[in-house]
Design a protein around this ligand. Structure first.
Ligand code: ZN
Length: 66
């Protein structure tokens, strides 16, 4: 029972992290909270220069957590 609870909690944390990344609140790679929105609707982290598409992250989220 404890195992399942722990697993569920990790899943929730990951979901929140991905959601923050989708809205451009937090970098999914380094956790930095200053992101720039690019012309092609992607976000770029000002700290680690990581670029990502929030739409693709959203698709990944659906696959990971149906
Ligand atoms: Zn970053």
């Amino acid at each position: 029972m404890t195992y399942f609870r722990t697993k569920h909690k990790i899943g929730l944390v990951m979901k929140e992290k991905i959601e923050r990344a989708i809205f451009g609140i937090e970098c999914p790679k380094c956790g930095h909270d200053r992101l720039y929105k690019l012309d092609d609707d992607r976000y770029k982290c000002s700290n680690c220069k990581f670029k990502y598409s929030p739409r693709k992250l959203n698709d990944d989220l659906q696959v990971t957590l149906p």
